[in-house]
Structures are given as C-alpha cells and as structure tokens.
Design a protein around this ligand. Sequence first.
Ligand code: TRP
Ligand code: ZN
Length: 896
Amino acid sequence: MRKPIQQSDSEVPVSIYRKDYAPPNFWVDKVEMGFDLHPIRTHVATRLFMRRNPDRSENDLILFGEDIKLLQLRLNGVDLKKSAYRLTKECLTIVNAPDEVCLEVETTIAADKNTTMSGLYVSNGNFYTQCEAEGFRKITYFPDRPDVMASFTVMLRGDKDAYPVLLSNGNLIEQGDLGDGRHYAKWEDPFKKPSYLFALVAGKLVCQEEKFKLQSGRQVLLQVWVEPGNLDKTQHAMDSLKKSIRWDEQRFGLELDLDRFMIVATSDFNMGAMENKGLNIFNTKYVLANPRVATDTDYAGIESVVGHEYFHNWTGNRVTCRDWFQLSLKEGLTVFRDQEFSGDLVGTETGRAVKRIEDVRVLRQLQFSEDAGPMAHPVRPDSFVEINNFYTVTIYEKGAEVVRMYYTLLGHEGFRRGMDLYFQRHDGQAVTCDDFRVAMADANGRDLKQFERWYSQAGTPRVSAQGHYDGSKKTYSLSLTQSCPKTAGQSKKKPFHIPVAFGLIDVQGGEVPLQLEGDTIVARTKILELTRESQQFVFVNVEQDVTPSLLRNFSAPVILEFEYCDEQLAHLLAYDSDPFCRWEAGQRLAMRRLLNLVSAIQKGVPLSLDILFLDALKKTLIDTSLDPAFRELVLTLPSEAMIAEEMKVADPQGIHQARQFARAEIAQYLKSDLLQVYQDNQTPGKYSPDALSAGKRALKNCALAYLVEWAEKSTYELAYTQYQDAENMTDRMAALLAMLHCSSALDKVYRKTRNQVLLEFYKEFQNDALVIDKWFTLQATAPTTDVTQVRQLMQHKAFSMGNPNRARSLIFAFCNANPAQFHCADGSGYEFWADSVIALNKLNPQVAARLARSLDRWTKYPKAQQTRMKAALERVAKTKSLSKDVAEVISKALAI
Ligand code: TRP
Ligand code: ZN
C-alpha cells in the first residue's frame, strides 16, 4: 500500500492514494518479541515467522521502520549481509526473500528522547506505547499495516524497583525473577491482531481490580491501572467498563473474548484513549474522577470513552480495517455504538434526546466546519499525506452519522441483522467500508448502492424543503431538493440517499397522523427517502393547516432549509413531540436574532430583542414538565463558532458582543424565573453523576451564568458563595466560570476577588494535573484574557509545552475557544499561534498539526485579517524541519 518515500526538508508532501492499495507480498503468522527495558536504550529482539502471499508476484519483503537503530538481521538462521537488503530512512527491503521466512531483528530505542508520544515512550518514569496508526514501526522493523494480522508473544524484562509492573496484550503466561535485580513477564495474545493494536506498559503502577461474570458464565479479571495516589479516582472507570461489557452482550450479543481486560491511565497522551487488544491505554482525562476533581461532563466523557474503547474489541479488533482509508469502518461504527451506549444508559426518552442533541451540536460546530474548509475529505478518504491528520471529526462523527442512517433506514432489528452478518462474514479479517455496507444490504434484502456516496463524496449536503397545504383536497405536499457544495477535488456531486424523518404538527400542537398518497400505513413519524435531486411527497387526510417537523432526531448529517416564520418556530418549540426538532426550533429563533444583532452592531444601530423570542424561552425555562437537561439546552444560545459559520464574513468581536447583549437581555427579562430555577434545581446530599442530577446542575448553573449578567452585587455574591460552598467540581467550576466569564459592568469591581479566587483555586488543586488544566482553560477562554496574558500564563511554573493536555488547556483553548481575543485586529493572536505551532512541531508533530488547523477557515474573515493570517501560515510553512503532519495541514490551508 505504502511506497517507500524519501523525505527531505524542502520536499512537497507525498500523498498516498487509496486506489494504489495492494495486498502485502508476505504474511506474518507469528511474532515473538523480547524487550529489555531501559529508558535510554531499550533492546528489542523480534522473531517474525512469515510466508509468501501466493496472490502476489513480487519477491521483495518490505518492512517499515522509523527512528530506531538496527543492530542485527538474521534470515532463517543466517546473518544477513548488507548486500541482501536495502535500508532507507523509513523502509527495510529484503530482496528476493524465500517463500518461508523466519526473520530475526534486533533494534534499540531511545524511549526517553521520544517526545512524540508515538511508538515507545517514557512518561513519569514509566514506559508506554502508542502504535496506532503507524507507531509500531518505531519499535521494530515490521510490515506495519493493518491488513497484516499475526499472533504475538511478548517477553518483558526490566528492573524490579523501577518497573515492578510489566504489562502487554492478552494473557500473562509466565513471570519470575532474573536474579540480577531484574524480573520478567511473558504475555501471549490468543487473537491475531494488526501491529497497531500492540501495547506494552511498564513501571510503577497500582490497580483496582475486580472479577466479573460474563453472560455465558465465564469469569474475567478487570483491572484499572493508575499511578500511585490515584486509586481514589478509578471507581467510575471500573463501573463504566462493567456497564460496557453488559451493554455489548445485551444490545449486540457480543461477549468479551479474553480472560483479562486492562485499562491503563497516563497523563502523557496525544488523544483520548487507545483500544490495544486487552490493554487499553487512556489519557488520564478519561479515567480519573471523583466528585472533588471531576465535573459531570468529565464523568460522562469517561463513561463514553471507556465504552468506545471497549466496543472496539469487536468493531476494530476482531474485525479490523484493510487499510487506513477505511478508518471510519471502525471509528464511525464505534462512535455510533458509544453514542447508543450512553443513550441507553440514561434510559428515558428525553434523556436519550439530550444526548442526541449534544452529539449533533458537536457535529455541526466541528464537522460541518471541517467539511466547508481546506481539510474537507470524504468519510473514506481517497488520499492522505500523514494518516494521523485523518483522525478527524469527519471520520469519527460524520462516520457515526452514516452508520446511524443505516439504523434509521433499516430499523432496530434490521440493523442488528446487518451487524450479525458483518461479524459472521468478517470475524478475524481486515475489511473495507464496502464490506460493511454490503452486509447491511444483504442481511435486509435492500439495495444500498447509492448509499455508497456517503463514503465517497465530501461536503455537507443541503436539503431545502417547501410545504404546501391544500385545504380543498386536504393534502399537504412536501418538496425536498438536495445539493452539495464542491470540495477540494470534487466539483460535481451526485445525489445522496438521505433519510428525512418527518412529522406534522397541527394548530393545537397535536401530531397529525401521516398517510402518504397511495399508501395505507399511518404513522406519526415517517422516514422519507430522498434519493433524487428533487422529490415530492403528498400526505392525504390532513384536516387543517400544519407546521412541518423536519429531519426529526437529526436523521441525516445535512443542513435543512425551510422558511419557517417566527410563529411556526415558537409553535414547534412549544409542542413538537420530537425533542430534537423542538430544541432546533429554539435554536433557529435564537440564530435569527443573533445574526440580526451582529448586523445591527456593524451598522451602529440600537440593539434589542423581541418579546416573542423572550417569551418562548421563558415558557421553556419554567416548564417543569420538561427535563432540566433539556431546558438547559434550549436556554443555551448557539455558540460564537456556530454563529460565525452562518456568516459569509465572520466578525468575531461583533459576534461576541451580540451574544453577550442577548444574554444580558434574557437575564433581565427572566429575572425572577432564573432565581426560582436556580433554587429549585439544587442537588443537596451525596454527589451522583446520574443524568437527572447532572441535568439539574446544568440548568441551575446555566441560570447562574445568566444571573451574573444582571451586574448586581447580589447575584455576583451568589456565584461567590456557590464557589466557596461547592461540594463537587461541577458546581465549583460553574461558579468560577460565571465570575470570570460574565461581561457585566460590576465585573471590574470584582476583579480583585476574582484573581484571589484563582490563586486559592490553584493552591488547593496544584497537585491535580487535570484540575490545573481546567484552571488554565478557564483563563484562556475568559473574554478579558488577551494574547499578552496568555503568553504570561505560558511562563507559569505549571505550564509545559511537552504535555499535550497542558498545551491543549492553554494554547488550543485560546486559539479555538476565545475567538474575539484570538482574532484581535493587530494579528498578535496569529503570531502567537505560529510561534506555538513551530514550538510544538519540534516536540510532537501530531499535536502541532492539530493546532495548525486553528487557521483552517482563514478565508472566512475580513481582508485585513486574512492578510495577517496568511502571513502567519506562510511563516510556519517556511519553518525548517517541518513535520509532514504540520506541512500537510498548512499546505492545504494555503492552497485554498
Ligand atoms: N483508535 C483510537 C480511538 O479512537 C484513537 C487514537 C488513540 C489515536 N491514540 C491515537 C489515533 C494516536 C492516532 C494516533 O479510540
Ligand atoms: Zn476509536
């Protein structure tokens, strides 16, 4: 699949193409590895048992390797002479290898110098690995590609005191003393796996463990490993793991296939977590929690990421990807599964809807914007330069929406039939997105050929709807038209197969039974299948004029356009039985006003909000029949980023001002109701992260954030009191956020208290890295924090560029979540961004490339700002030794 590439500093990035895929020349049946762990020089001895792939005519045996030192090569017991192989920076080729090969490779690794957090690296004195996507080649020479699946046996040796714990994939089959202050552990993974799922962990760690009985009656050992001192924060992860195991048994009939399942937490990690077979490695952010240090959002994040990684055991590990272009095969599907898991755990219908709305919000804010920018790519990309740049919201979140559309089209049972067939056909294989789609189609006797376009075409489709009620015929006709904007390399798009879930609401707010012309079935929600560019649907027996409820539960990842009038939106917000559309109606009302406010600010005319809107919000706020969590979602205005997406030319300062004005107006209008809601939604007693309590806290804290906009001493003191009395981090953070992020005039008066509170907070939590991350983020995103202050915060003794969580907490938070300051007129934000990308590039290309994407949408800003952004992009582009990770992102941004 991957041609050896020679990289030099100045070279244009080399693209890898999906169409060039070819199976490997050799398969690997068995791998035996021995590690002698030492931070400056870890010795790795590998024995690979390989055999020629009869389907291939090429004789060369190709292995990848990067940043490792090759000591020895032995082929079938004979030392290989230099002339028998070719060695480049990235590739080892053994020419004319025999049909059966036992290759012995010895390499050494300087793990302590590895700041990339890919391959074998050291964190706080412990060893960890990260092999997805192409990190295994930084450990030894290997055909490091996911279609090569092999059995692994791993022997770990190391100092007993420094590395008392030695872990790898699968089962521990032997351990013992080596006599010289060292010991060993031998691990065997009973399942064949691609090299990206390899893992080892060694060091000073402690664990919470539990025996757990599977549905079949088999007992398994579950462990959560953390650094000493963190055992008081592992219970929630353990609970989440047990729930995940149960859920996969019950919902998909999938059982844990190992006797032992381990989770290890590390504070140095590039992403959220990694699904290594039997040995998941996690960012501490998605493991450690107790009420003192973790918020409701943290608790929910842990539950879903523990679920996500566990679910990969079947969707990703047992059935894996043929090549990295198929990444969404495992990621989209597994995100869908973790979303369903979280929804099912909440249980209630509105609880499920709240989760759905939160997921849609992420998709729209991040993925729609990606799809409209220079990094737009299909769910199954056609090419890439650096695969690490393609762990994107498109692959994950849009990929999950694509899987959800099968679910919507085929129904609960139909989807399950498709999953069953997928495993029946492909267990133990490395397959493609097409294989998944065909299993879904075959299991249900459906033609899903056109559905393939969801994988091949990038860009967010637009569906525009028009409705017409004919009182004499008692019919309602709905016309739907689809289009999709062009994206890089794709100028013309063909129509998608789009499920549009649809309902009709009558004047009284009741639901109209739906019956399509020529059809006998009557339903409350109808899944309309839009497959052509334009289609019309006629509903009969509609007794009176109605309001359409469109794209219920967000049935497709599209932008839906319908010319609703304000009254219709208020009607839907009050009555729609579909909670998603109900929320959506409120967001549409709010967005319309926010855009008007921005344009009023630009024109310098007076600002105001209308009663219709304010009353609609008020009704929702005080409707105690609604879930608190749902009310909080309705009361939360579209984010500044969402507003920017809706504008041709973004105006970050105008948007911020408009949103703050709206917040202050809402706070004034709902004054007493907000106070009432604040009091009614207290959660006294022992902290519990369950959805109802978390929802109450969310609503109460949303009320508090509005209340401080009054600019009155009383409400500011309410926040300060909540801060001091808080018995959990959710309430503590929310109070601090209210105090730091409010825009009221009194804010200045209280600046002293504010700074003092920040100091106290730091003192109290300085030994808790995850809390200090929050402390940095809080400041990085405060509307009063400018570039100079962020640069000052970087000088703080707790700041570290090398720790990804810390870099994200300050630098990413400022560049991505404080738009009014980041886009300040003098361009100093962009200078700061370029400095940071360049500094990170040297340490950690993966993380640097993520930050590099903060300027993706540079053409969306006024000309003067564009010039400054372009200059910053060009400065990064010209940097010496730019990683291909950063180079790809920057060159795509500049190519627009
Ligand atoms: N497969 C991981 C997940 O989605 C993602 C991941 C973890 C990853 N670490 C990584 C991807 C490092 C690229 C590089 O669960
Ligand atoms: Zn994943």
